[in-house]
Every structure is written in C-alpha cells, then in structure tokens.
Design a protein. Sequence first.
Length: 681
Amino acid sequence: ARAGETNKVLTTCAYCGVGCQMWLHVKDGRVVKVTGVENAVPNRGRLCVKGRFGYDFIHSPDRLTVPLIKENGTFREASWDEALDHVAGRFAQILRAHGPRSLAGLSSARVTNEENYLMQKLVRTGFKSNNIDHCARLCHASTVAGLAASFGSGAMTNSIAEMEDADAFIVIGSNTTEAHPVLSTFVKRAVIHNGAELVVIDPRRIPLVAHAAVWLRQRPGTDIAVINGLMHVIIRENLADEPFIAERCENYDALQKVVASYTPERVEALSGIPAEDLIRAARIYGRAGKAMILYAMGITQHSCGTDNVKSLGNLAMLTGNVGRLSTGVNPLRGQNNVQGACDMGALPNVFPGYQVVTDGGIRSKFEAFWKAPLDAEVGLALTEMLPAAAEGRIKGLFILGENPVVSDPDSHHVSDALKNLGFLVVQDIFLTETGRLADVVLPAACFAEKDGTFTNTERRVQRVRKAVEPPGQARADWRILTDLANRMGLGWRYDSPESIFEEIAALTPSYGGISYKRLERESLQWPCPSADHPGTLFLHKDRFTRGKGVFFPVEHQDPFELPDDAYPMILTTGRLLYQYHTRTMTGRCEGVNALAPLAEVELNPSDATRLQLVHGDRARLTTRRGSITVHVQVTERVKAGVVFMPFHYAEAAANILTVPALDPVAKIPEFKVCAVRVEKE
Ligand code: SF4
C-alpha cells in the first residue's frame, strides 16, 4: 500500500487455540485495526476482546530489536553474526565437553509449525538428543497421554462448528467464556437458541454456570470420583450404549467393577456434590442423542491428570458419544499453536506426527531424510529439564518464546535452576523475566511479521501471513534457527516457510496432503493424508485410531497436597479473559490491560469474614514453596475453603506458590490444587 493508504492482511489470531481468522489493517507499516473475517471458519467473523483490541504489543517500544550478549552481568548489543557465532560456539563446546544429554531445547506454542519443526530438528540433529519439549507439558500433556491410550489419538475428537448441533454438553475444568471466548459462543448458541442442555462441572461459578441446567461444584481434585459417579448412574439406569460398547470397545467389565462403588452418596462425601444433582447431570448426558464433553486445564493440571482424561474417555464410550458428529471428548488447547507444537514433534518421545523415537524403523526414516544419526532414547520433559539443570546435568538450554520463570510451578526453584546453567539462550519478542537470566537474547519477529502456519485446537491448519516488518534487526524465528543450524554445520537450505512445510508434509502422514497451495483456498483439519483428501471433521468414525477403544477404570486419588493446620485452604489457579499467559503481550496493550491490571485473589465471603479481610485489602498467601501479597476480591465465585488466583502476574506470581508434584505418566504439574495459608497483610 502507498503512504497513507490502508491494506488488509488475512491471518490467524496469535492468542488462544480457537485460531480465529482475522484481518490485520495496516497503514504506513503499522497494524492500526483488527477485524474478524465474515463467514470464515472457525470464528464466522467473531473475535474476542484480546483478538480484536490486543494488538498494541506489535509496535511496543519494549520490543527486542537487536541481539544481546551478557558480559559481567550486563547486556550489551551485538551483531547477528557475533551473537550466532557465540551461541553456536558455546553449544558446540558444551557438547564436546559433556556429551549430547547436557544440552536441551524448549520450543514454543507461540511460534509457527514450521519453526517448531526446525527447533526439534535442531535439537535432535544438532544437540544430538531428544531433550526437546515445550509448554504443552504444563497444559495438555495428560490429554496427549490419556486420549492416545484410550482412543489412539491425543487430539480434540470433534470440531467447533459441530457444537451448535449438540443436544447436551458437559463442560468440565474449562472456563470457556474467558479462556476460549469465541468457542464459548458456539456452546451458548446451542443452549440458548437450540435447547441443548448444559452441565457445568467446576469448583468456581464460571460465567457458563448462568446457562447451565445443572452445575456440579466439586471440591478441587475430585474429578475422577465425579465422573465415576456419573458412569455409576448411567449404568444403573440402563443408559449405557451396550451395542456401541460390544462392537467398538474393550475392558468394559473392569470399568463396571470399579464404578460400581461410586454411588451418588459416596461421590457426595468425596466431592461435596449433592447426590441428586449428580443424578440429574448423569441423566442429561446419558439420555442425549449427541453429547459433547469439553474440558481444559481443570482436568489436565493434576497429579492424576492422565487418569482424569482417561475417565472422560470412559464416559464418552459408555454412552456411544464418540465417532459421530456433535459428540466426542474435546480438549480445548490453550495457546494458539500448542496443537501444532505437539504435532511437529516438539516433545521428547515423538518425532513430527507422533512417530515414536524408540521405534527403529521410524528413526531410520528420519535419519535418512535428515542425513544425521538420531538418539534412540526418550529425552527429558520440561519438568525434568529444570531439576536436571539444578543438579548440573543440563549445562546448556535454548528457550524459544517461553517464560518459565513465571509460567512454571514453584518459580523460585525455576530461577535457581536457570541460574545454575552454564549457558542459557532465550529467543523472544520481549525481554521476559526468563530472558533477563540469559547469556544471549535473540530478538524474534511476532506473528504479524512473518509467514507460516498455526494448527488450532480442532486440528485445523491455517495460514499466518506477514503484514508488517519486524522492528529493528528482529528476525523470524525460522530464519534465526536456520542461521544457527548452519553455524553448527547442519547444512540447512530453507529459503521460506513453505519450503519447510513441504518437508513436514513429506515426513508427517497426517499432514501429508496439506500444502501452502491448498491453504490459500481453505484451511484443513488433520488427518489429511493425501492431496485429494478433504481433511477430517471428527475422529474415530467407524473405528478408533487404535482399533478398539479401551476403558481404563480409575480410582479417585487425593491431590498431592491437602489442607492441614498450617496451610488450611486450597489454592487453585487459572486464567482471566483480559490477560494472556505471562502478560508479555496483553500487559503491553493499554486498553486490554486496563481492564485487569492487578493480581487479585478470589476469596469466599465467609472466609473473608473469618480472616477479617474486605474487598480491596491486601492479603499474604503462603504455601510450602513461598509467599506473595495480592489484593483481595471477595466473591461467591469461589466456595468456602478455596481461593483462586490467575497465574498471569509476574509481580504476584501464583506459581511461586504452586506445587511441582507431577502426574507420573504425563509429567504435568498439579497447578490446580495445593494447600495455602491466607493472612491479612
Ligand atoms: Fe483470538 Fe482466541 Fe479471542 Fe479468537 S477467541 S480472537 S483466537 S483470543
């Protein structure tokens, strides 16, 4: 466009996993407005407040514009050549001195599929190990493990558009209205206009409760008991889909045995949910023709997260609510490209397309294509890398677009672990709390400044398009990774994101039929194995990906930490509509930030009275990990004995308090429950 003229660039929102299609309006090299794209999937023109107004960060004066090298504890500016030579040299030195397992990489749900692909390839071929992971470890690792075991695929089974035709929903552990705002409009439309019945299972009075036929307010950490209770009632009242179970599932006898003891009365004692409400909810879900389960981190972020997910798989199979339109088990992925980062193999146990690293045949395929020997051992997960850094086993770490100092549990230990590294490189768009600890900081382009693809929560691959130039010397992540790889002697020849995508499609069967040419005309949902395949609206039609679906009976397990005399309340954490993750972006969008500028803890009125706290007071929250001070919000949203805090705010970081107890399979931390003491400051 000429000076003073405005042009529009079609792209994908960079905030949450809904992946709304949006126009960036560009004038004189700056994004000046954002609007929805009428009739486009998945959002049909709708945008939430973050997508619509949260773009100031793109042109923020705080953006990183030049590489930084730390000398004597202070950053100085450096040229790209100097910075990349230094990074490549130090990684090579560590590799020579301490071997491949001493290096690790953290990729990012914030960057494109192409960039995630390159990052895991760099770690596998340049660092020579599978020590690659990303923040899905903190949000949906238990989904990938649980659903893959039950059904054979760890992704959302159905699609957003199908929600409008569902007869019933169970929304459990998802504050959909705030965390996936546009997606929640599809649920509300089904309920308000089409008469669908909604069951909300959540310890907080989230906005969707206003539309619910039944709200089950469980004690945090009792989801398995509640789901077993629902199944108990469904079986007792002959609402199970016996033909579906007989034809398509296995291990039903074992499930029946376990849920037999979860009577509504026992579940009431465990969870605090009145028995009659549990029965009403079971009847709604069990009698519906097409019922969808939606869930998010209220299910996954527990030390029993994988079992929570398997329980939901059990419930859907029990009623035949999977493998058909408007049914299924639907994890709502948090960040814009967390599905894509998983698909691209930014995980320690799988290559792109969930092809396992321990399979010799698969490894040979990648070795032949990448022309490099590959490690046969599963690498370290994010939640193992940081303790390994603290113990000195990991010496060098490359972090792409993540801020673990604020986002990971037990923040004090995270900082200590990072400080113990011999060499830390952080590549990001802002100097984050994590970046400040780095030896080298590399300035990256944001989503509006580069081309590529994101994959949204419903497995939909969509284009990201460059609208403006990056500030200063900042570069697209794929360019930085390519330059670094070449300095490490890897001989990469990528000249565009499209050339990277072609390699992804060649190596990843579920992406095999997707190309930039097709994506110009349409977005495509994987699996899309061939150029003439239309993509897949919902999974497990006729047969599960693994063949038969497996019932995994699971018992209620107490959270790792329960209230006691010293820490008598339960702390649970989550998100707010107006902020995003560690606020590196929304915190720099004036209008959006002004709507939720302060960290607040939600406290039930009865607890507030007992603690002599009133709205607006400051309270000290203390757990066995640390202590923070925050403003008090007195509200019925939380039940007595439970406090809620968003994790967004670095200055009052909830993750100083959270417990690093891990799910044994998925190694996801228990962000949703820990014991806390609240005192007047
Ligand atoms: Fe962006 Fe998610 Fe909002 Fe859509 S719902 S505009 S993807 S933040």
